[in-house]
Ligand binder design. Structure first.
Ligand code: GLN
Length: 282
């Protein structure tokens, strides 16, 4: 398209995004991103003309958004716990739901302790980064089975200056060095059931399947994590898992069968079951 003023470019984009619920917000966020400015800038300078290159770049992003690609992937960034994290097609987009897990972990981790904590299947590194920012004395290991994903996580830790976080590649506990003994295991594993109709919605088709899918009932990864956690936790050490809104009861049962105690499910900001914790006390 021919370059337009900020206000016209926005109007045209909003029109093209007609089918999307948050079309105005998306159009503004993406234009601000292209211009390297805040959304306030768009309001302050409605008559500024875009360059042809800016208009072209904007048109391309609007086209991709129209096909359903999430804004976070278009920008390559997502805010989590007020940290700006790089995200790519190799990482799940961090969800506000996961802040519930971070909040609970922080309630349990005393300040100024040097607990040894692992974030299994770290993705963009969201959980590890948030805990590292709030508990700088802890030693945190962030793992992922995908090397491409782990490179993104490592970049996030570096750009946030988080020297207390290490990364290791591997499949769940196989990533841990021999003899690892932990105070706390955190994970937002894949927990969506294969064939769940939700997978076709909300941008999920753009997210990596291994970060979402986990067997016919969505519990494969969670079952493995619970079964193996005891081999890596100190007595009294905590396991906290994120899970689907309808999986709380199953996760509590699995933890109970594995011999954990102090088992509790907690809700996310939307009031749905989202995380379950437990620990080994003997
Ligand atoms: N919460 C994600 C969703 O929207 C799933 C994340 C996961 O599987 N860990 O479906």
């Amino acid at each position: 398209m021919r370059p337009a003023t900020i206000s016209l470019a926005l109007d045209r984009a909003i029109q093209r995004l007609e089918s999307l619920e948050d079309r105005r917000l998306d159009a503004e966020v993406l234009l601000a991103f292209i211009l390297g400015r805040s959304r306030t800038h768009l309001v302050a300078w409605p008559d500024r003309l875009l360059s042809q290159a800016q208009q072209d770049a904007y048109d391309k992003l609007i086209e991709r958004r129209l096909l359903g690609e999430p804004v976070a992937y278009l920008k390559g960034k997502k805010e989590f716990w007020s940290l700006s994290l790089k995200v790519t097609a190799d990482t799940l987009i961090p969800r506000p739901d996961t802040e519930t897990l971070v909040l609970r972990a922080l309630e349990l981790i005393p300040e100024d302790t040097s607990w040894h904590i692992v974030d299994l299947g770290t993705g963009s590194g969201a959980i590890a980064a948030a805990v590292a920012v709030e508990r700088p004395c802890c030693r945190i290991l962030a793992t992922d089975v995908s090397q491409a994903t782990l490179i993104v996580a490592a970049e996030n830790f570096r750009s946030l200056g988080l020297n207390s976080v290490d990364t290791r590649q591997g499949d769940w506990f196989k990533a841990l060095p021999e003899g690892t003994v932990l105070d706390m295991i955190l994970s937002n594993p894949p927990y969506v059931a294969e064939g769940d109709p939700h997978l076709q919605q909300d941008g999920l088709p753009w997210e990596p399947d291994p970060a979402l899918l986990s067997g016919p009932d969505g519990l494969n990864a969670i079952r493995d994590l619970i079964a193996e956690a005891s081999g890596y936790l100190k007595p009294g050490g905590w396991l906290i898992l994120e899970h689907g809104f309808d999986q709380g009861e199953s996760v509590r049962r699995l933890m109970h069968q594995a011999g954990l105690s102090d088992i509790q499910t907690r809700q996310d900001l939307g009031g749905r079951d989202r995380i379950t914790e437990g620990r080994f006390t003997d």
